[in-house]
Design a protein around this ligand. Structure first.
Ligand SMILES: *Cc1c(COP(=O)(O)O)cnc(C)c1O
Length: 257
């Protein structure tokens, strides 16, 4: 009977093996990462589980997200609108999945993102707030979303506008603008430290900016800081959400964005 094993079946079997190998690799990377986050919490005297892991899946296929979902993860960070919208459409059958948009966002994409994202982590201008407000209001009206869009304001820690993020001096007005919108919810702050700066110093500065914001907006509790290379420093300085790509997924095919 072995002769009836066709080339198509052989190729299916090979794919299953390949998929299983990827699932095993992701499971191992996830458990190592969770241990690393727990160890960083312990070293900082923080409760394990007080820091959320947001896996960053840009450049990786929907099949990887499906594997991570079955490993128990429910929210996923994406940074490129078109790629993300495609994955959202492909993975609609995963009933509890949530999407966070963490990359630079053009205003003309705000309407699309407001339909499918739970939150946007990279809001840094009044014009983008206006576009997201209109997009989220339309999505609430037509039923494509049922809750306000969570907004994290992105802070620039080096005041270099080309890298995204708002200056400290502009944050208060942006926060007030988001808080005044019924379609948006001011959730907190996000930052990416400049490459040439000691991450401890950058995250300490960010923590001070966050503390000042929460005296005025006490519900803006989220502080999304820390990636694969610097999550320990971010956790030392109060991060509530690390965004991790490489340490979980492996190296990206392209390293921009
Ligand atoms: C890609 C990306 C990450 C993840 O970076 P890694 O160094 O791969 O962990 C985190 N935050 C943002 C905004 C990103 O674009």
């Amino acid at each position: 009977m072995t002769e009836s094993f066709t080339a198509a079946e052989a190729s299916d079997a090979a794919q299953v093996t390949c998929g299983e190998r990827r699932a095993a690799a992701l499971a191992a990377a996830l458990s190592a990462l969770v241990e690393r986050i727990d160890a960083a919490c312990a070293a900082a005297g923080r409760t394990p589980g007080s820091v959320r892991l947001l896996p960053v899946t840009k450049f990786f296929p929907a099949s990887d997200i499906e594997i991570l979902y079955h490993l128990g993860l429910r929210e996923f960070g994406e940074s490129r609108e078109q790629e993300a919208a495609g994955k959202v459409a492909q993975l609609g059958h995963l009933s509890q999945i949530r999407w966070e948009f963490i990359g630079r966002l053009q205003r003309n994409k705000a309407k699309s993102v407001a339909r499918w994202a739970d939150g946007v982590y990279s809001v840094d201008s009044d014009r983008l707030v206006n576009a997201l407000d209109a997009g989220a209001r339309a999505a609430l009206d037509d039923g494509s979303r049922t809750t306000p869009l969570r907004v994290l304001l992105q802070v620039s820690l080096d005041e270099d506008p080309s890298r995204g993020g708002a200056r400290d001096a502009a944050l208060r007005a942006l926060a007030d603008q988001v808080a005044a919108s019924e379609s948006l919810q001011l959730a907190g702050l996000m930052a990416i430290p400049p490459l040439d700066v000691d991450p401890d110093a950058a995250f300490e500065q960010l923590a001070r900016i966050h503390a000042a914001l929460t005296t005025v907006h006490p519900d803006a509790k989220e502080l999304s800081a820390g990636m694969s290379s610097d999550l320990e420093a971010a956790i030392r300085h109060g991060s509530t959400c690390v965004r991790v790509g490489t340490a979980l997924m492996g190296a990206r095919p392209i390293t921009s964005a």
